[in-house]
Design a protein around this ligand. Sequence first.
Ligand code: NDP
Ligand code: MG
Length: 384
Amino acid sequence: MKTLTILGSTGSIGTQALDVVAKRGWRVAALAAHSNAKLLEEQIRQFHPATVALFDETAARDLRDRVRDLDVTVLSGMDGLCTLAQLPKADVVLNAVVGMVGLLPTLQALRAGHDVALANKETLVAGGELVMQTAREHGARLLPVDSEHSAIFQCLQATAKGAWAPPQPSASLGLSRVILTASGGPFFGKTAEELRTVTLEDALRHPNWSMGQKITIDSATMMNKGLELIEAKWLFDVAPENIDIVVHRESIVHSLIEFTDNSVLAQMGVPDMRIPIQFALTWPDRGEPPVRRLDLAEIGKLTFFKPDNEAFPAIELCRRAIEKGGAYPAAVNAANEQANWLFRQGKIPFYAISERVAETLERSFPPISSVDDILAVDEDCRKG
Ligand code: NDP
Ligand code: MG
């Protein structure tokens, strides 16, 4: 029996996590979202958390009205999220909010000693060093939810002597390379020229996964894989030059690890986030199947390609950002969040997203040593 706190409970990951919670009969300590009071009310009535939070103040007032008949505390704003993240009742805090806004609640949960199941990759991209250090200092673990990182995490269980989880050191595990798979998104095979005229509707049509809008656009630009490269560097302590990306259209092999003897281990399964979500929550054990079995004969063949870094420069931009280090990963993340949003508002064309990310790499930033420094870089790089 687990007790969970879920940040981002109304989103794609959050609702799938609650599906797993309902099937397993786990308890919910607290839930949080941005402004979807209607769905959060339904979740409160089904899962009975003692505390909830909505980031948006007006929506929080609306929610207080809606649940007047219930014994539930409704918090709001960033303070509300951070308070909720550190509540003592939870065994695990699942952070499934979208964007850099997840950084402070993640840090708060870790400082309270909670294990954090992390879907919110922007947290690690912007503040990877600080997040890993905070986890180490407080004896808390980071349990990867992102499917590629869950795949690596699952493969590493096979080689670790006993259960292994970040931020434990990975040096003794014999890992020599991480190979992240990428679906290639809806624009696989298109040239840079063809990408100049694609629309928002085209970009939202992901071939294999149904996800929130921000990550769906990140998948179309391949920025998602760039962010995941940085995420993998922090979680598994692998140098960026030892992280490769391979396009795998079928999304059946979720990622691979290579050992010092060039033996390679892969994790496979049907493309359904409930496997990685559940594993992060049951680790080091496994639960009942949350999805159907993989039938390889039905799939027939699996294909692999090199990414086209000319048409999709985002992966190499992220690689350069993590190699430069310091403020650069936070800078590219912020520029991307802003450009991704502007594209969804119809204000900039698709190709301008990568251009805006590239511009941040030409800038100079002072060194960063605290969370305030990271937040300052983030704010600065959202302008323009
Ligand atoms: P969605 O857009 O579907 O959901 C986002 C969730 O975050 C919603 O519950 C939303 O609340 C909440 N939220 C947004 N802003 C805030 C805020 N300021 N304060 C509190 N809550 C907030 O996103 P996804 O579920 O697709 O993605 C969530 C994270 O997981 C992202 O970092 C993504 O990269 C990662 N991820 C997602 C995968 C997927 O399959 N979806 C796969 C791997 C990683 P509201 O509904 O009120 O707006
Ligand atoms: Mg992923």
